[in-house]
Design a protein around this ligand. Structure first.
Ligand SMILES: *Cc1c(COP(=O)(O)O)cnc(C)c1O
Length: 227
């Protein structure tokens, strides 16, 4: 759940001549994102992380960097002119969008983005922050629960471990009560091992969650402790 100081990190990388790609798959559904304020060269996210279809996402690239980037595959709509001697590609973004696009999913992703924009990303962020504070306080009161990731700036994602219980076991117990969480290594094995762990349980709260949802989660955790 840690919100990294991404603009500062980007500036630091740029000061060493390093190109920066930000993986925003976890930020786009929780907070407003301004790629120009971040100053990154690339920003990517997956459609399904922002309530859109699977199999589609977005890549933002800065003009100056895209101009210097060669095409990565061939196909329709990316060619300006072809002779036997040479091929001229269309300018970005066309030269990176070879072939017929994934039109239906793009429409779906557009609808999902309209939906969250209509709710307002800042509103979503503020509401989820309230939930995060509520959940953090209640969860820390569960005996034997250790929160993993306790940065000051956090999104509404709460990784934890419970003394004497396997993460997968906790995940299954929550699932049996209709509570969907991720349990496992969350594609983050190096940092988990830095904390001396192989797995955590990770509820992620979204704008459709309520304090009652959190209460149920915490009740089940208390119940597990008594078993
Ligand atoms: C989900 C996720 C991915 C993978 O995206 P898929 O579209 O599911 O392959 C990559 N990075 C982060 C940070 C993610 O949260």
């Amino acid at each position: 759940g840690t919100v990294t100081p991404v603009a500062e990190m980007t500036a630091l990388a740029h000061s060493h001549g390093v190109c920066v790609l930000v993986d925003g798959a976890q930020s786009v559904s929780h907070m407003p994102v301004d790629v120009q304020a971040i100053g990154c060269d690339f920003f990517v996210f997956s459609g399904h992380k922002v309530f859109g279809p699977t199999g589609i996402g977005a890549v933002y690239g800065r003009d100056a960097v895209l101009e210097k980037t060669p095409p990565w595959q061939g196909g329709g709509n990316m060619i300006a002119d072809v002779t036997f001697e040479r091929t001229l590609f269309n300018p970005p973004p066309d030269r990176f969008e070879a072939g017929t696009g994934n039109i239906a999913d793009a429409v779906g992703l557009g609808a999902a983005l309209d939906y969250v924009e209509q709710l307002g990303m800042a509103n979503i962020g503020a509401y989820e922050h309230g939930l995060l504070e509520y959940a953090t306080a209640k969860m820390l009161a569960v005996p034997g629960l250790r929160m993993i990731g306790t940065a000051r700036e956090k999104a509404s994602v709460l990784s934890f471990v419970l003394d004497g219980k396997e993460a997968v076991e906790v995940g299954k117990a929550l699932d049996a009560e209709g509570i969907a969480v991720r349990s496992g290594h969350h594609c983050a094995q190096p940092i988990l091992r830095r904390f001396g762990l192989e797995a955590t349980v990770r509820p992620s709260l979204a704008f459709y969650n309520t304090c009652e949802d959190v209460d149920l989660l915490v009740d089940v955790l208390h119940g597990l402790r008594r078993k």
